[in-house]
Design a protein around this ligand. Structure first.
Ligand code: PSU
Ligand code: MN
Length: 281
């Protein structure tokens, strides 16, 4: 199956109003350009939709709930509108048999763990879902080395696409080493197949942004400080920090985030095609 699952949390909560929909549509275009089929996932009026229309996608604004894996059933029973995170989207992908997913950056262990004791549900869901997630690594507002360690504990291969270290979301270099480097979409597809034949579940494939930003770390620290000062916690942290960065960088992180999401969608599409047609399938 050449379907690539795309999430809606970045559409609803990752960009300023209106812009997230553009980002979502561009991801869909990139998946199609690779020869695969985009399946954007979300919950509308209590119904899980796999493959949102443009009109439906426009309903994912800041008013949508943010749905991790544990929130899906509640949103269904309560007739809610909810945007799925990577973890929530993986849970849906598992239910319908989609094996490929693209996003910007995976969630993970928050800096300062165990204070706050915040670890994204993306990790536990990835550990139990047979799917490959293409991302620019882990969002760098997190503790990326700790997240990479936890992924090892969970048995999740952390692959680098033409890179030896896990990309740092906006930045390319300086992350922890990957468990293996892959050179092509076809190789990634073959590794995923072999992993699943062995009874393995999720895999992460990190792709560095084509135009990395290497100077955002001081701004990230300020953003995290502002989140602490405002007592922002839990599901609200990531959207708060991303919005702070987008604003304070004069739009540079916003543009970088948009571009890397599109590039990841393209690569996920290429892998889906390689798996269906090549030696990977
Ligand atoms: N990638 C982006 N922007 C985002 C996200 C990913 O470029 O907003 C979202 C994904 O949906 C991911 C979520 O699952 O952030 C992580 O949220 P949390 O840290 O609360 O688990
Ligand atoms: Mn969290």
């Amino acid at each position: 199956m050449r379907a690539v699952a795309l999430e809606t949390t970045l559409v609803a909560h990752g960009f300023p109003p209106g812009e997230g929909v553009e980002v979502g549509l561009e991801s869909e275009r990139q998946v199609r350009a690779a020869g695969a089929v985009p399946a954007t996932v979300g919950v509308l009026d209590g119904e899980i939709v796999v493959g949102l229309s443009e009109e439906e996608l426009e309903r994912f604004d800041a008013g949508a709930r943010k749905l991790g894996p544990r929130d899906l059933a509640v949103a269904i029973a309560q007739n809610a509108v909810g945007a799925t995170t990577v973890g929530g989207t993986l849970a849906v992908a598992a239910a319908v048999g989609i094996r490929w997913l693209a996003t910007g950056g995976l969630g993970g262990v928050h800096r300062g763990w165990p204070d706050p004791p915040d670890v994204s549900a993306d990790l536990a869901q990835l550990a139990r879902t047979p799917a490959l997630v293409v991302s620019s690594g882990v969002k760098s507002l997190l503790d990326v080395p700790a997240t990479a360690e936890l992924l090892e504990s969970l048995g999740v291969p952390v692959l680098g696409y033409q890179i030896d270290t896990l990309p740092l979301f906006y930045a390319a270099a300086g992350g922890p080493p990957v468990s293996a480097r892959v050179e092509s979409a076809d190789e990634a597809a073959r590794i995923a197949r072999a992993h699943w034949e062995l009874g393995g579940a999720g895999l992460l494939l990190g792709r560095a942004p084509d135009e990395p930003l290497d100077d955002v770390e001081p701004l990230i620290e300020r953003a995290l400080g502002a989140a602490r000062d405002a007592d922002v916690r839990g599901q609200a942290v990531t959207p708060f920090v991303l919005a702070y960065l987008h604003r304070e960088s004069g739009g540079r992180t916003r543009r970088a985030n948009k571009d890397l999401i599109a590039q990841n969608a393209r690569l996920a599409g290429e892998i889906a095609v390689a798996a269906a047609t090549g030696s990977g399938g």
